[in-house]
Design a protein around this ligand. Sequence first.
Ligand code: KIV
Length: 270
Amino acid sequence: MSASTAKRGILPPDIEARKGGTPLVVLTAYTTPVAKLVDAHCDIALVGDSLGMVVYGLPSTLAVTMEMMIAHGQAVMRGLTAAMCVIDLPFGSFEESPAQAFRNASRLLAETGAAAVKLEGGVHMAETIAFLTARGVPVMAHIGLTPQAVNALGGYKVQGRGEDAARVLADAKAVADAGAFAVVLEKVPQGLAREITEAVAIPTIGIGAGKDCDGQVLVVDDMLGMFTDFRPKFVKRFGNLAEAADRAIEGYAAEVRARTFPAPEHSFDT
Ligand code: KIV
């Protein structure tokens, strides 16, 4: 099977048909082992450009490249058997024109085997979303807080409070009308997320958008508790892996220094 052949399992029309049904479960994944864990429990594995911060320690997603996305997309696809893979178009790879977006979106799908791309932007990206979907590229839209616009937005702030709600609602309607099969709502007030979910015919997938969306997404390392210094309000820690890893590494270091590891059972006879 070539990388460009969609794997069996969930595809964009299946996701779209889940509107109003059992909530969609989405987590990011960046590596094969984590993709295998996500595959067992989730509908979608998102190769988010958050990998720039989570995996590479970058200060934002702005420096993430197509090459990074492709390498991690391929790694994630090796771990999936059922869940659908969606991959982010990184900053600078799609905003210039619909043709640029198609060139890079088709490359992501062809070189990774992911089923769909995600791109950030609302009304101003509607033309691009229509261009892509008309040419066979399923698009998940991403509105509200769009981290690639962190500088323009003045930080990672809640979007759509007060009078600004009309702008975010217009974004949601525009991406739905343009043909997106789902839309991520990031960091918007829960009342607005409910209104958008009722107003559009495609599933809304919330992150920091309250409980009324059609699904939820989190960055997998955040919900696993991989970081001790990052605790945004919208992340619930379902695990505490940083502490567990710290204890394990502390134990290893102590045993190496005490020469109690490796023990005979970890060693080979002549
Ligand atoms: O890049 C990412 O991980 C995302 C999710 C947080 C929605 O866009």
